[in-house]
Every structure is written in structure tokens, then in C-alpha cells.
Ligand binder design. Structure first.
Ligand code: URA
Length: 230
């Protein structure tokens, strides 16, 4: 009889803990709902980013820019030690003026979450800042034209880890002679102006949507990023 009574009170207690979010009790620490990821950057960095954006906005005779609705400059935390670079904006990105906000972006968010990261903890940009019509791949001439901007962008952000998403980003920044199947999942030390960074190449989320079997390889790359001492 006593046992039964104890059981009922334990069940009630568990229900109560669940109701009030028992983590508060077991963690013995209140949740700080006011803590925000700090985005505050030095005046110099902010100024350099502003100048870079302005120089892209002022680019002349560019059909990509003429056809696009918005510049897609970046998203995330400019103070982050991790920078990710994709190919070029698609329709959703062009609409919103932010990188990786469409279906590929949703998968990228999941990939980041798998290693305890999110957009506020990393910095994201693309090789090309304006949407190529019909989401076609940017041409070699277009890549050549935008390369100085993304190189400067990397130098300003000065990340410890640079993640290149897909072969366009890889070929633009590492060289045309390499193939992604051989290059992914390795650390490469590289300099961009005064920035010395560890580069890792991994598959683009849009490619992973077409080839889901390759997700197991991308998981290896993600774990390398998670475990890198920086
Ligand atoms: N694909 C990219 O490479 N970049 C984006 O911003 C969106 C899709």
C-alpha cells in the first residue's frame, strides 16, 4: 500500500517536472534567454566590409547584376572563425538578398545543426554575388570577374576555417585542375592576402539533394570541421 502511494507521488512529481521544464532543476542553472551571439565587430572590419559591398554594387557592365533583383553579399556572424562559400545565389536568395535561403539552404542548416552550428555561429557567402539567369552555372569569365571580391571578403573575415561548398567554389579558389571527389575531406592551408586559413572542401547541399548517397561522405567532412582545433 505504501509502495503504491509512493509510486503515485513519483508519477505526479515527474509530470510536474516535465510541466515546468525539469532541465531548469537538473542543470541547476537558469536559462539565459537574453544572451545573444555577439556580432559586434571592429570599426575597421565593418568599414572594410562596407567598402567591399559598395565596390560590388558599383560594378559596371555586368549582365548578372543587370538581371538580378538584389545583391547577395553574406549572412551570419562576421566575427565567426568559420566561413562557408557556395556558388551563386538562386531565385530565393535573389529575392531575399541573403545566401542559402532556399531548399539547398534548408539542407545546409541541417548540416550545420548536425555539428552544433547555425547561421549565427558561421559566416556565409558565395563566389558570385548576383544570381545567374535560370540558375545556370556561372561562366569562367564571371568567376574571374568576381574572384577578387570573394578573395578580399575572405581576407576581411579572416576565418580560421574556410569551407568550400561544391566544385565551383573549389575550382575558383583552389584551381581548375582539381576534382572534388579527390579533394574533399582534406585540410589545405591557404593564404588570402594576410589571412592564413585551413580550407576544407565538401559537397554542395544542392548536389547532396540530387545524390543523397553522398551524404555519408559529407558527414565525414562535417565531423572534421567539428573536431578541428581552432
Ligand atoms: N546555392 C549556392 O551556391 N548559394 C546560394 O546562396 C544558394 C544556393
Amino acid at each position: 500500500m505504501i509502495i503504491k502511494k509512493n509510486n503515485i507521488s513519483s508519477i505526479k512529481l515527474i509530470k510536474y517536472y516535465k510541466l515546468i521544464n525539469y532541465n531548469l532543476i537538473y542543470n541547476n542553472k537558469a536559462i539565459n534567454r537574453y544572451k545573444k551571439d555577439s556580432f559586434e565587430i571592429s570599426v575597421n572590419k565593418a568599414d572594410n566590409l562596407k567598402k567591399l559591398k559598395k565596390s560590388i554594387v558599383e560594378i559596371r557592365n555586368c549582365t548578372l547584376k543587370k538581371n538580378a533583383k538584389n545583391i547577395v553579399f553574406s549572412d551570419g556572424n562576421p566575427k565567426s572563425k568559420i566561413m562557408l562559400i557556395g556558388e551563386a545565389p538562386g531565385a530565393n536568395e535573389d529575392e531575399e538578398g541573403l545566401p542559402f535561403v532556399g531548399r539547398a539552404g534548408a539542407l545546409l542548416d541541417k548540416m550545420l545543426a548536425a555539428i552544433n552550428l547555425d547561421r549565427k555561429k558561421v559566416y556565409i557567402s558565395n563566389i558570385i554575388n548576383y544570381r545567374p539567369p535560370n540558375n545556370r552555372r556561372p561562366t569562367n569569365e564571371e568567376i574571374k570577374r568576381y574572384l577578387p571580391f570573394i578573395s578580399k571578403h575572405i581576407e576581411i573575415i579572416n576565418p580560421k576555417i574556410l569551407v568550400l561548398l561544391g566544385s565551383t567554389a573549389m575550382n575558383a579558389l583552389i584551381g581548375n585542375e582539381v576534382v572534388i571527389s579527390k579533394m574533399r575531406g582534406k585540410w589545405i592551408e591557404k593564404k588570402f592576402g594576410n589571412c592564413k586559413t585551413s580550407v576544407i572542401i565538401t559537397f554542395h547541399p544542392a548536389f547532396l539533394m540530387r545524390q543523397p548517397a553522398q551524404k555519408k561522405m559529407s558527414w565525414i567532412d562535417l565531423k572534421m570541421i567539428r573536431d578541428k582545433k581552432i
